[in-house]
Write a protein that binds this ligand. Structure first.
Ligand SMILES: C[S@@+](CC[C@H](N)C(=O)[O-])C[C@H]1O[C@@H](n2cnc3c(N)ncnc32)[C@H](O)[C@@H]1O
Length: 536
């Protein structure tokens, strides 16, 4: 740990707008110092004192991109809490819910933390990401945006003063000095999430009812960690107590840690996968199933999700962090369940995750089937043939080297994709080939390039193939394609094809002709809009 080092500030030439001025007022109220510097060229944004002195400061557009942070949403009237003797409390549907009906809009949660490695590429307030790890999908990241570091702590970044001021007011003013103490060994995300709750509680900024829920309503498996408390956790939590100078007892902090760990979910982005952790006290009541019927979806079109910030969303959209969507039709009285583990991973991997993180063994019908299948199939796994290996290597190489202008590259793409289509059936009976070979990378390339070229039908088919062809029960070990991103990219492709949510988009609106052509090609192969809606 080391002392804080303030970055120097200098002047900027553009003008101030009302939002920025308001933001600066909040800062000066609370700390009256500069906290944001431009990361790209080391130029610091001017501080609130400079603004007061009437100098010009950097201009941002007047639209508020951030959303109010809340401690948690309320239970939608389509569901109710019921207790199960094995799983504890869970959420149940009060009426039939259709697969096409988004059921719950979750607000941004104040109980969240970004993964350490995402701090440099994600706005600490609105969670906009500046670099996509999946190339070519336009609008999935704000590559044109420069994140600016907080000069107070140099650990977190913001896309503009508006974002910075909102985060400052809601939570960062409590953490900034503490974060600045760390040069290395920056605390991991769950520890930072706990730290935030502790600071809010100690400063009287956490409503009593939220503290009550955290401490008394959520499961944390006290009997397990109290019997054998892991030393490293206790040490990290002790650090929280020291750096926050908290009045709360060490026991309370340890319990808070386990509450966060047991009830948090991955902070989702769309194609970027998880970027951190978050806790919503109501969402936390959802139990797990390996055949879950709902999922948390962060659509790419809303500004609040940190993407496509130019689309000028409504206040309601801005306040929505993510949407809970059904994965199929749900009957009244059915339990709503989510995936706690990657549904495409093998049953043994899933079980490990359930036991390690949540202290339960899943007894869903899929786990039982998968266990049975493993014992039957394990010995008869085929070895990847040299013929398949060299063919798939060639396909992958060609996909990695698609060159030329758009038309030329599209022709090359179609050629490779046809080669893949033509030869793949030969191997369809050998699922090991999908995972032990280059199947996952080829599928991803085909899907991503398909999106790039507006060949949405090809994208969808390749994603569906990856998702449904690979039967996780057969894969006891390595499972390359075990990534929920596929699901998200699939949902986006569905959205594009169905023209759902495309209305607001200006910047990256897909070509309508591409959509029509793709739909035409799909319907020729027997897939109509109805089927798409159902899959979605
Ligand atoms: C996030 S909480 C879910 C809500 C919890 N049941 C409650 O009463 O508050 C996670 C905990 O619920 C229980 N749980 C969730 N899904 C389960 C399942 N499929 N089987 C058994 N227990 C489950 C486990 O104790 C797990 O640690």
């Amino acid at each position: 740990m080391a002392e804080s080092s303030q970055s120097p500030s200098d002047e900027s030439t553009s003008t101030i707008d009302p939002v920025t001025a308001l933001a600066n007022m909040h800062i000066s109220d609370s700390q009256n110092r500069d906290i944001v510097k431009d990361e790209g060229n080391g130029r610091a944004m001017e501080d609130s004192r400079t603004a007061k002195e009437g100098k010009k400061i950097e201009k941002f557009d007047g639209i508020s991109h951030c959303s109010p942070v809340e401690a948690g949403g309320s239970l939608p009237d389509t569901m109710e809490v019921r207790a199960d003797p094995v799983k504890g409390e869970g959420l149940f549907a009060k009426r039939d819910i259709s697969v096409s009906e988004p059921i719950w809009a979750l607000p941004y949660s104040i109980f969240m933390a970004l993964e350490t490695e995402k701090l440099s590429s994600t706005c600490y307030s609105c969670l906009a990401v500046i670099s996509s790890h999946i190339p070519h999908i336009k609008g999935t990241a704000r590559e044109d945006m420069n994140l600016k570091s907080c000069t107070g702590c140099s650990q977190v970044k913001f896309c503009n003063k508006d974002c910075q001021a909102k985060a400052w007011k809601a939570y960062h003013k409590l953490e900034c000095k503490i974060f600045s103490l760390y040069r290395e060994n920056f605390p991991p995300m769950v520890i930072r999430a706990v730290m935030r709750v502790v600071l809010l509680k100690d400063k009287g900024l956490l409503p009593k009812e939220h503290w009550e829920i955290l401490m008394n309503d959520l499961v944390c498996h006290e009997h397990v960690w109290k019997t054998a408390p892991p030393n490293n956790i206790t040490a990290m939590v002790r650090d929280i107590k020291i750096v926050t100078k908290s009045k709360l007892s060490l026991e309370t902090l340890i319990k808070l840690f386990w509450v966060m760990r047991t009830n948090s979910i991955e902070l989702p982005t769309s194609v970027h996968g998880g970027i951190g952790t978050m806790l919503d006290p109501v969402f936390a009541k959802l139990n797990h199933s390996c055949v879950a019927n709902v999922m948390l979806y962060r659509p790419w079109h809303t500004s609040a999700s940190g993407w496509n910030l130019d689309s000028n969303p409504s206040a309601e959209q801005r306040g929505t962090f993510a949407t809970v969507i059904p994965l199929r039709d749900i009957k009244a009285g059915e339990e709503l369940t989510i995936f706690y583990s990657d549904p495409t991973s093998s049953v043994s991997e899933r079980n490990l995750k359930h036991m390690d993180n949540y202290y339960f063994e899943c007894t869903c019908p899929r786990c039982a089937d998968d266990m049975k299948a493993i014992s039957e199939i394990e010995d008869s796994m085929p070895i990847v043939s040299a013929e398949h290996e060299s063919w798939s290597e060639r396909v992958l190489q060609q996909l990695e080297n698609l060159q030329g202008g758009k038309e030329e590259a599209l022709l090359a793409y179609n050629k490779v994709s046809e080669d893949w289509e033509r030869n793949l059936p030969k191997y369809l009976d050998y699922p090991a080939l999908y995972t032990a070979s280059h199947f996952d990378q080829i599928s991803l390339h085909l899907a991503v390039n398909g999106l790039h070229f507006g060949a949405f039908d090809k994208t969808l088919i390749n994603l569906l193939r990856s998702y449904f062809l690979i039967y996780p029960a057969r894969l006891t070990g390595r499972h390359n394609y075990s990534n929920i991103h596929v699901m998200f990219v699939m949902l986006e492709t569905f959205d594009i094809l169905l023209a759902i949510n495309c209305k607001d988009k200006r910047v990256d609106e897909p070509d309508q002709d591409d959509i029509k052509q793709s739909l035409r090609r799909l319907s020729k192969s027997g897939v109509g809009k109805e089927t798409l809606v159902y899959w979605r």
